[in-house]
Design a protein around this ligand. Structure first.
Ligand code: FES
Ligand code: MG
Length: 587
């Protein structure tokens, strides 16, 4: 039992509002709760339920919540489960990214306006994790992340097939005429053999790994497959720990410090994590009031080697990764190499270093030692130039063939010049990519714009554009691509993405024209269109490319408030919200 006065007591046991207490209490009685329970001074722990039929990646949380409730009860708390706004990556049109800030807003209102002392954040599918952490940072009541875990490994015709990744790879095989549409579908369905989120190191597994790296979930919990018995067991422990967090008054902002974010950036490189981690971590940091600069990705992440042999950068999937030691084994390698701040506090109550002590990997095929990695320098390269102020490139998915073709030209190592072919949005790309008139060859750079937070709206995962079928049939399976959108965390494409400011916000991509030469200098981290100033001024006078009108009320509100991907695509003013949420609710 807690000896401090709890937040929930402002509702249920407040002499200043004694007349309101009856109203606050009575409807909780109608499912059998008693006034004694709610007035006992025991912590009331919310379970933010992200699972539903419309969010299948998280749906098993509906069942797992039973074990979370058991843990909360056994530790002396009272569970109250409530739904959060669904965020299903694969089906929400025009993109689930549009809804991340909406889910954030909804969760903030619930955590702020109801009698909750702490919260278990159930996470899984891509944006469910960052939206929950953003809200926890704003309201700053004790909070702990409980991932639903990845699906079991997918197998198709004797080969591992990972969710998402199988789509991008099969799409190339389909274009090359190697498989039929029916075989495409079969492989995709086989990649999803059980409950859980994507079993590749896509955005879901990445963001849950980073929640653990930030110190916001129990050690070793992120990677446990959804269907394993350990998943329910760690749910029970998470529920227990949520109550203790309230008793010990450990809050998200005690944990979400700059060292924790830098740890997360390093872990992201070592696991070959999703490029979506960049805007999501930026958003969480902003809501937490932590300064995280776009260049931090290069300064702290770029030099970190790839240690996880997991798709899309590697070979294996979630089950093998978990059995090899999961996130703690990766972090233990980084800690031993002096690449982690071990003093960072965590929800366990111990430091990160204490949590990780001795978590040696047990399968070196899947988690490699720091000094014998899959690949050196596997983090994000941060780029700028006259096309944008900021963009990133994920180095862990750049294939040897691609390096040979574009980065190793004798005398021009690391510098590539090509002609731009531009698409305004993905409909334009799909309609025209196979048009022979475009004359695309292996010196072409594919550019997509109108895909950022304002343009899409929401920012679309479309920069992983594949070459036209005729090139794929010749064995050219990827071309350099640039865009102001994002790309799927499960994609293995060599793309320069998240370009900010986007075309619709007046970024340089808006003034690029078909046939312009683009110079990409990997040594300098620059990307420029070779167009003279007078010509550029002329094009600026022509205005920005058109983007679609708002199609829902939220799209309009979102566009009025959103920042660029370099700033996390948050609602503008995000760094002030936690100060607002310090004002106690009025009764
Ligand atoms: Fe939900 Fe990948 S689509 S986790
Ligand atoms: Mg995605």
């Amino acid at each position: 039992m807690s000896h401090r006065r709890l937040r929930s007591q402002d509702w249920f046991d407040n002499p200043d509002h004694a007349d309101m207490t009856a109203l606050y209490l009575e409807r909780f009685m109608n499912y059998g709760t008693t006034p004694e329970e709610l007035r006992s001074g025991r912590p009331i722990i919310g379970i933010a339920q992200s699972g539903s039929d419309i969010n299948p990646c998280n749906r098993h949380h509906l069942d797992l919540a039973r074990r979370v409730r058991d843990g909360i009860r056994d530790a002396g708390g009272i569970p109250i489960e409530f739904p959060s706004h669904p965020l299903f990556e694969n089906c929400k049109r025009p993109t689930a990214a549009l809804d991340r800030n909406l889910a954030y807003l909804g969760l903030v209102e619930i955590l702020y306006g109801y009698p909750l002392d702490g919260v278990v954040l159930t996470t899984g599918c891509d944006k469910t994790t960052p939206s929950a952490l953003m809200a926890a940072a704003t309201v700053n009541i004790p909070a702990i992340v409980y991932s639903g875990g990845p699906m079991l490994d997918g197998w198709h015709e004797g080969e591992l097939v990972g969710s998402g990744t199988v789509i991008w790879r099969s799409r190339r095989k389909l274009a090359a005429g190697e498989i039929t549409r029916e075989e495409f579908l079969e492989a995709a369905l086989d990649s999803a053999p059980s409950v859980g989120h994507c079993n590749t190191m896509g955005t879901a597994s990445t963001m849950n790994a980073l929640a653990e790296a930030l110190g916001m979930s129990l050690t070793g919990s992120a990677a446990i497959p959804a269907a394993y018995r350990e998943r329910g067991q760690v749910g029970y422990r998470t529920g227990r720990r949520a109550v203790e967090l309230v008793n010990e008054d450990i809050r998200p902002l005690d944990i979400l410090t700059r060292p924790a974010f830098l740890n997360a950036i390093r872990v992201n490189a070592a696991i070959g994590g999703s490029t979506n981690a960049q805007p999501h971590l930026a958003a969480i940091a902003r809501h937490a009031g932590v300064e995280l600069k776009p260049e931090d990705w290069q300064d702290y992440g770029y030099d970190i080697p790839l240690l996880a042999n997991v798709q899309p950068a590697g070979k294996y999937l979630g089950e093998r990764f978990h059995r090899a030691g999961g996130v703690p084994a990766i972090m233990w390698e980084l800690l031993k190499a002096g690449k982690l701040d071990g003093g960072a506090p965590t929800v366990t109550g111990a430091t990160m270093a204490d949590n990780l002590e001795g978590r040696e990997a047990v399968d070196r095929e899947v988690i490699l030692p720091y000094d014998r990695p899959m690949q050196e320098r596997a983090g994000f390269l941060v780029m700028k130039g006259n096309l944008f102020d900021f963009a990133i490139m994920k180095m862990s998915v750049i294939s040897d063939a691609f390096r040979q073709r574009y980065l190793m030209e004798p005398g021009h190592e690391g510098v590539f010049e090509g002609k731009a072919v531009i698409f305004d949005g993905s409909e334009d790309y799909h309609a025209r990519i196979n048009d022979p008139a475009l004359d695309i060859d292996e010196r072409t750079i594919l550019v997509i714009r109108g895909a950022g937070p304002l343009g899409w709206p929401g920012s679309a995962e479309v920069v992983n554009m594949q070459p036209p079928d005729h090139l794929i049939r010749k064995g050219i399976t990827s071309l350099p691509t640039i865009g102001d959108g994002r790309q799927s965390g499960t994609a293995d494409s060599p793309s320069i993405l998240n370009a900010s400011p986007e075309s619709a916000a007046g970024g340089g991509l808006a003034f690029l024209r078909d046939g312009d030469t683009i110079r990409i200098d990997f040594n300098q981290g620059r990307c420029d269109m070779l167009v003279d100033d007078a010509e550029l001024e002329k094009r600026k006078a022509e205005g920005l490319p058109k983007v679609p009108d708002d199609a829902t009320p939220w799209q309009r509100l979102y566009r009025q408030t959103v920042t660029q991907l370099s700033d996390g695509g948050t609602i503008a003013g995000a760094d002030e919200f936690r100060d607002i949420a310090r004002r106690p609710p009025r009764h």
